[in-house]
Write a protein that binds this ligand. Structure first.
Ligand code: SF4
Length: 348
């Protein structure tokens, strides 16, 4: 069965990739279309034994595997505990259904006044610009999100845009997804142009993991529409571990900054991946070297399939208190949880 996310990629990415001229290396669209989407291929590529296959197939049934080569290259082969591998390899634990872990942990379905639009917080709205991602993170709180019901066509975007025009208390539009940068630049340029024309909008925020997963995504077409908007630009990256930041990511961050974007990062606190002081301190240091400020450290949202990543609150708070001894204040991410119905993130 082909999922809505796969169909979106086929329509918007792979087709776009076929028309990219003058490429000496694979375009980001080609890299995305060639991502590993098969559990056996992932295990074989990384030298993992067959014991990982049943869990990988079981998790893959619930949430497709997707790992592009640019990210794979940062994973150490023959190491099942590699912190990047653990973010992308489906495991048997994803089939568990402990109480309290649900398919819509943030109750987003009740905050959608128009297709593709989520309005939870005062002054800002979130637009689902793409149902697809460049990587499928196993802890994702939107792993069950009904993208098929929330991916507007250009005509349907008008309802969301009318909503924004009509409410002059909204100052910020947040492009989200999926990953908004999985949409092609023609669509994004059009959408940002529409947002530009709304007088009370001040800021454009983009939440994305694509510059980290496929740094070549930050290409001239993207930089063109990003540079040309009158809106103040904030790009919130999603990086959980310092090993994710290689030179290509540093260079992509530099290009985004040159286009006028302020760069922030949010991480998720993940058991067995970054739940120790040395990793979190190294992450903040490495982010700052790349010109990115740490912003939030989220505890795992209680989404079905991700309970095994959870770090208990008391451990999380103790960890952050220890981190204070290792970092200057401006490199400290804020430890937060998103609680449905609250009008902002909740600090722990
Ligand atoms: S990139 Fe973001 S939205 Fe996509 S799977 Fe990963 S965490 Fe979820």
């Amino acid at each position: 069965m082909i999922t809505r996310r796969r169909a979106f990629l086929q329509e918007n990415i792979i087709i776009a990739g076929q028309h990219t001229p003058d490429q000496t290396t694979a375009s980001w669209q080609q890299q995305l279309s060639q991502a590993i989407r098969d559990p056996a291929a992932l295990c074989q590529r990384l030298g993992l034994s067959n014991q990982w296959l049943p869990g990988a197939f079981a998790g893959h049934q619930l949430f497709d595997i997707c790992v592009p080569d640019a990210y794979l290259r940062r994973i150490k082969p023959n190491d099942p505990s590699d912190p990047l591998l653990r973010q992308v390899l489906p495991v048997e634990d994803e089939t568990l259904t402990p109480p309290g872990y649900v398919t819509d942990p943030l109750e987003e379905a009740s905050h959608q006044p128009a297709k593709g639009l989520i309005h939870k917080y005062a002054n800002r709205v979130l637009l689902i610009a793409s149902p697809a991602c460049a990587i499928n993170c196993r802890y994702c709180f939107r792993r069950h999100f009904p993208y098929s019901e929330n991916t507007p066509s250009r005509v349907q975007w008008q309802e969301a845009l009318d909503y924004l025009h009509a409410d002059n208390t909204i100052h910020e539009a947040i492009l989200s997804g999926g990953d908004p940068l999985a949409a092609n630049d023609r669509q994004l340029a059009w959408l940002v142009k529409q947002l530009d024309s709304i007088p009370h909008l001040k800021r454009l925020r983009i939440h994305t993991r694509l510059p980290v997963v496929i740094p070549d995504r930050v290409d001239s077409a993207l930089l063109h529409w990003l540079s040309n908007t009158r809106l103040q630009k904030v790009v919130v990256l999603h990086i959980n571990h310092p090993n994710e930041i290689d030179q290509a990511v540093v260079d992509a961050c530099a290009r985004l900054k040159q286009a006028g974007a302020t760069l922030l990062n949010q991480s998720v606190l993940l058991q067995g991946i970054n739940d120790n002081v040395s990793t979190l301190a190294a992450l903040s240091e490495r982010l700052f070297e790349a010109g990115v400020l740490p912003y939030y450290l989220h505890v795992v949202d209680p989404v079905q399939g991700a309970a095994h990543f959870d770090v208990p609150d008391e451990e999380a708070k103790a960890l952050v208190n220890q981190l204070l001894e290792h970092l200057p204040g401006f490199l400290m991410p804020r430890l937060v949880r998103e609680v449905p119905g609250r009008t902002s993130k909740t600090p722990l």
